[in-house]
Design a protein around this ligand. Structure first.
Ligand code: CO
Length: 136
């Protein structure tokens, strides 16, 4: 089993403003920007070495991300770990008593299966698991 940091996600008030900072002041390059209507967020990915920075902003006032931003302000929203087998990881977490945010993996537009672990189970940080096979 190999496990790596896939991305660290930062919730922001204004995605254009945040992207300008991360690109111009920090020197990262934008790889992808898209809306995720089912999660009511817009996301942008900026590769940094083997991992990536994800910037996200809520698309409405009611989503979990919108409530997070209203309550805690801008900042780190989740840490995403890359795993070989998301179902094996979920089984291990459930055996350890962890609370997952969905019972089965979700699938993103790239076909990546993923799941979130509740921050109460992960010592205060929302943890996302991405299933990426092999050395991609
Ligand atoms: Co993420």
């Amino acid at each position: 089993m190999s496990i790596h940091i896939h991305h660290i996600a930062i919730v922001v008030d204004d995605l254009d403003e945040a992207l300008a900072f991360y690109q111009q002041a920090l020197g990262l390059t934008l790889a992808e920007r898209r809306a995720v209507p089912e999660e009511e967020v817009e996301i942008a990915f900026l590769p940094a070495g083997e991992g990536e920075i994800e910037l996200l902003r809520p698309l409405d006032d009611r989503s979990g991300v919108a409530r997070f931003l209203a309550k805690r302000g801008e900042g780190v929203h989740h840490v995403c770990l890359r795993v070989d087998d998301v179902e094996a990881a979920m089984a291990r977490l459930q055996a350890a008593g962890a609370h997952l945010l969905s019972e089965t993996p979700q699938v993103n537009p790239h076909g990546v299966r993923y799941v979130f672990v509740h921050p109460k189970s992960a010592h205060g940080v929302l943890v996302e698991l991405y299933e990426v096979k092999g050395d991609e």
